[in-house]
Each structure stands twice: as C-alpha cells, then as structure tokens.
Write a protein that binds this ligand. Structure first.
Ligand code: ARG
Length: 467
C-alpha cells in the first residue's frame, strides 16, 4: 500500500527499514482511538467550512463504517500499511473515493498520534482503576472477616507486636487507595486535547480546537503546539503510577510467598492459584504471587525504557516517540492481569487463624504490653523493659510463652506482677487496647473499615460507566 508521504520520493524504502520503521504491528491496537479522533476532526472541518457539509458527512459515514466493520471482525488490519493512521486513511479512500483524501486537512500524524495515545491512556486508566477497586473490595471483605484473627505484626521480619489480619490487609487497602488517586490525578492532568497542533506549529486553517476537545470529552485543548506533539509526560506518569501499583502488588505477593512457606503456613492457596512440580510430588508452589513479583520488574523496565527514550529528544516530534507505545501497552496488560490474579488468589485463599494466633503468642509479641503493665503499676519504663527482657530469656530457655508462666515464675522477676497480668498480656487485650486512630484495636478497626467502605463506594461512582 502506498505511503502517505510518497510524493517527494523516487525510490521505495528498503525492506529492512520498513520492518524496523513501521509501527502497524503494534499501533493497530489504537484503531478505535484513531477513528474516533478522525471523526471528531472531520466533523469540525465541516462545521468550520473547511470542507463542505457533504464532504464532511461522507467522511464521517465512511469512518463509521470502517469502525463497525473492524469491531465486527469483518475487516482485518493489514500489515502492509506503515501505521494505523495510514491504514485508516487508505481504507477510507478505498471506500469513499476522493473525499477521503480530504480528511487529513489541517492535521499531521504528529498531533494525531498524540491524541490517539491520550485517548488510549484515558481508557486504560479507567480499566486499571476499575480493577484496583475490585481488588479493594476483596481486601475489604477480608478485613471485615478477620477483625479478630490475631497474628504477629513484624518489623525486620521479626515478630514485633500483635495485630490482626484485618489490620494487616488495611495497610494494603491504603496503598491501593493511593494508587487509585494517583491514576485519577494522571487522568485529570493528561486530559487536554493535542489535536489541531499540526506537525508542530499549528495550522493556517481556521480549526476549532475547542469543539474537537469538547467532542472528545477533554477538559480543553492543549496550549503550546510544539509541546503538544512532543509531550509524553502523561505516559511517563501513567507508567510511574503502574510501577508503584506493581510494587504494592509485589510486596503483597512477597508476603503471600512467605506466609505460604512450610515454616509459616499462615495461608493455604487455592489449587486454582498454585502449581505443582514436575519432579517433586509434594510441592504446591505460589507461582502466581512469584510471577507478580517478577512482572513488577518488567513494568519498571517499561518505565525506564520510555524515560530513556525521552531524555535527549529535541523539540518537537522525533520518530523516537514511536517507541512510546509498546512499553505502555505491555505495562497496562501486565498490571491489569496481575490485579485480576491477585483478586482471585486472595478471595480463594484460606487464612489459618489458629496458626497465626499461635505464632503471635509464641513470638513474645505481647512483651511490650507486659512492660506497659509494669509501667502502669509504677515501674519506670527502662526498668520494666529490663525485667521483661529477662522474662523473655527465661521463656526461651524453658520453651514457654509469656502467658504460660505461673505467677510464681513472674514473681521471680518482679513482685509487682499480679494475677491481672494474664488478662493484660492476652492477645485480645493487647490488640483491643490499641485504640489510637489507625491502630488494630476493635473500635479503631471498625472505624477504619467503615471509612474504607464509604471511600470505595464514592470511588466507584467516580469512574465512568463501562460501555
Ligand atoms: N507511527 C508514528 C508514531 O507512532 C506516527 C507519527 C508519525 N509522524 C512522523 N512525523 N513520522 O509516532
């Protein structure tokens, strides 16, 4: 198929440059965006009298027929064309004749492709954000069900203080909440329409950029035309958001891998989210948590690739910018897949309350509370810390938990201990006493869950209704 720019040339490009230079192999994914943008442009050309109403209507109808046929699978995108823009234009000319040759009036592929990527990103942000909220819903359900599932909270991967599984998952709820809000910020910041910027310096035609922007649901047209065709900040921002989101998924995956070990056994993954070994019959591996962790590296790579592409680019459009697409498509596909997988894995996993509780009890997670008990009875904190430290050593030597000690044993270390020590250091008390906002105590948690639920409902309403 002829190139869009053949006039000045007397020779064909070499076959190797064609393979390297053509973007049709991957930008065919943008066909919907490309046609949608072209329809808005053609309508505007007609309204402005740049084309006659008949020409404009003819083009719009032709583009709509291409859209419908592609959507119905009746038309295939041919790799003969250089890119999706050439394919749509060539198909249009093929279908409606000479009027099709007028579509590109007052437009360059430079503003066209910038528009396509903005439209694509807007939709992709909505898709990812929707997946984030579905995962949040799953996490919230887990929080609700596990308000009294006691477990150790860790620092340095050492048992530290008792928390609940609800509280632990609450931390992830917050992370994904920030991810959602970052995506919303990115969407709002990118939502300015570059169409009408031409190749780099606008055009001499009286285009109505406001009309096109409105037609395509943008906040407004972009300002400087050179920036408009060369800006890919919105993609970098989106890839950064996806990288942070993946980092959160990866941390959660890492914890699932640890919790799933034979040593921890806090969680049993459903068969549907585990794999076996080809040689070791006993194995049940958390492959999908591991893969999510691994794919995080891939998304970071996508971000790094585009950052590196952008760093030396002079204004305005350079062909390097064609390299913006594959990393973005890859990161979107990866993040969406991992979010969906995580939702399935969490909602089918069995969390072992008994194991978690035993683990909290036998890890001296109530040692701080034992010290606080002494402080409440008048012992200075530093002394209390020392006394409980000795008690812990004694317990380790004798294979006991603090709660297992007799009062007589407690008295060997301090006569301030009384029979109320047992209640003071029970896991339930230790957690319940943690009442500060954001703490795992029942009241605080109840509030957190209610607020999270309310936030989720609002966030769901903020997303555009799915077509
Ligand atoms: N395939 C190109 C891209 O993705 C479209 C823009 C081509 N513009 C140009 N001046 N060669 O960037």
């Amino acid at each position: 198929m002829a190139q869009l720019w053949g006039g000045r040339f007397t020779k064909q490009t070499s076959s190797i440059t064609k393979e390297l230079g053509d973007s049709i192999y991957f930008d065919k994914a943008l066909w919907k965006e490309d046609i949608t943008g072209s329809i808005a442009h053609a309508k505007m050309l007609g309204r402005q009298g740049i084309l006659t109403k008949e020409e404009s209507d003819h083009i719009v109808a032709g583009l709509a027929s291409i859209y419908n046929d592609l959507d119905a699978g009746k038309l295939a995108i041919s790799n003969d064309c250089e890119d999706i823009h050439s394919f749509v234009e060539a198909t249009l000319i093929d279908r409606i004749g000479d009027d099709g040759k007028r579509l590109h009036t007052g437009r360059s592929r430079n503003d066209q492709v910038a528009l396509d990527m903005k439209l694509y990103t807007r939709g992709a942000i909505d898709d990812v954000a929707r997946e984030v909220l579905l995962l949040e819903d799953t996490i919230l359900d887990l929080m609700d069900k596990n308000r009294d599932t006691f477990m150790p909270g860790f620092t340095h991967l050492q048992k530290a203080q008792p928390v609940t599984l609800a509280h632990h998952f609450g931390a992830y709820f917050e992370m994904f909440k920030r991810d959602f809000s970052r995506l919303a910020d990115c969407r709002a910041r990118e939502n300015y329409c570059p169409l009408g910027s031409g190749a780099l310096a606008g055009t001499t035609y009286p285009l109505d950029r406001d009309f096109v922007a409105k037609e395509l649901h943008f906040t407004a047209p972009t300002a400087n035309s050179m920036d408009s065709v060369s800006d890919r900040d919105f993609l970098l921002e989106f890839l950064s958001d996806l990288s942070i989101l993946m980092m959160h998924l990866s941390r959660l995956s890492e914890e699932i891998c640890i919790w799933n070990t034979n040593e921890y056994r806090y969680v049993e993954l459903d068969d549907a989210f585990s794999t076996g070994s080809s040689i070791m019959p006993q194995k049940k591996n958390p492959d999908f948590a591991e893969l999510t962790r691994g794919k995080t590296g891939r998304v970071y790579g996508d971000l790094m690739a585009l950052l590196t592409v952008m760093k030396g680019l002079p204004l305005a459009y350079d062909k390097d910018l064609q390299e913006d697409k594959e990393p973005v498509f890859d990161a979107v596909k990866t993040a969406k897949g991992c979010l969906e997988m995580m939702r399935g894995m969490l909602s089918t996993a069995t969390f072992r309350r008994d194991v978690m509780e035993r683990s909290a009890k036998h890890g001296f997670t109530n040692a701080t509370d034992a010290a606080d008990y002494l402080v409440n009875k008048g012992v200075p904190f530093r002394d209390a810390h020392g006394i409980v430290g000795q008690l812990v050593l004694y317990c380790i030597d004798n294979g006991k938990a603090l709660d297992d000690l007799s009062l007589e044993e407690f008295h060997r270390f301090s006569d301030v201990f009384d029979s109320d020590i047992y209640d003071a250091i029970s896991l339930k008390t230790c957690v319940e006493k943690r009442l500060t906002k954001g703490a795992p105590g029942e009241k605080a948690m109840e509030e957190e869950i209610a607020q999270s639920r309310a936030w989720l409902r609002e966030a769901e309403k903020s997303l555009p209704v799915q077509a």
